[in-house]
Design a protein around this ligand. Sequence first.
Ligand code: PEP
Ligand code: MN
Length: 359
Amino acid sequence: MSNAELDALRERVDELNLEMLKLINERGMLVQEIGKAKEAQGINRYDPVRERNMLNNIKEHNDGPFEDSTLQHIFKEIFKAGLELQEDDHRKALLVSRKKKPEDTVVNIKGVEIGNGAQTLIVGPCAVESYEQVATVAEAVKKKGLKLLRGGAFKPRTSPYDFQGLGIEGLKILKQVADEYDLATISEITSPSHIEIALDYIDVIQIGARNMQNFELLKAAGAVNKPVLLKRGLSATISEFMNAAEYIISQGNDQIILCERGIRTYERATRNTLDISAVPILKQETHLPVFVDVTHSTGRRDLLLPAAKAALAIGADGVMTEVHPDPAVALSDSAQQMDLDQFDEFYEGLSLSKSTVTK
Ligand code: PEP
Ligand code: MN
């Protein structure tokens, strides 16, 4: 074949591309009109019977050289694109996304604003064990001008024989201490049936890593008027994490803090692998505040300060960390909680930006 002949064939291919482009867009416009008519009539947009008929029709008229299966694939993509055109914006952009809402969401926890540029800490024991234990930590938290006190009452433990937490009794202790020290409380809720009663005791509902895709729990937390701290699942992608938050916001509650807490990888030097790049990605992709839990992500006391520094430097709104008066005898996570002196050092090393309380 001469070069001139080859050029002529290529020219014809270019022409066909443009014809196909015109036809695909023409088809798109028709499909949009059909979508509007269907909406007016209240009919479901996706019609699998109609799609099957269209595919059969294409197959019947296929004289090659393409295989039926290849054409089915191509046309399915065209059908899908048509369906997407029919869908309104909210089906495409998640409510948690910046596409949907460009401004930062500020989460207000009893006057503490999270997500307004100030950095803060959530501090407290892994689990509520006793009044004295929580009060000792609360005093240290209060002294530093911090406001957010954590403490697990329902502990999701790997073994059913390990300490499971004090349950509602634990929430009562946490609340009593918080009231005495004028702090706000954060505690994990593991069952939708506990949300109602927990509202009396906690200021932030924590949904733990193991429950990130407990959709009934997410929906229940989304249906109440209470901030939620949502942890990333042990093996959740960022997209899955965002969709979990979407379950909450879609029920009407936008007071959500996302918390990166490390993901499970092959690495054994740390308890989990802190996915530090998730922080700026979540800040870019969503309008929600982002925290980093340095305790569960590293599982190592010696890494708490550098990991917290990295978290704040890369744009986190705050850090969560566990502190216990005597970690050696803690009923859970004894290897990684800080004692009070270590917490002092940790806090000094951090120098948080701006004020932590804005009434
Ligand atoms: C916790 O913060 O107490 C906890 C159990 O963390 P995670 O759900 O991230 O494991
Ligand atoms: Mn813990």
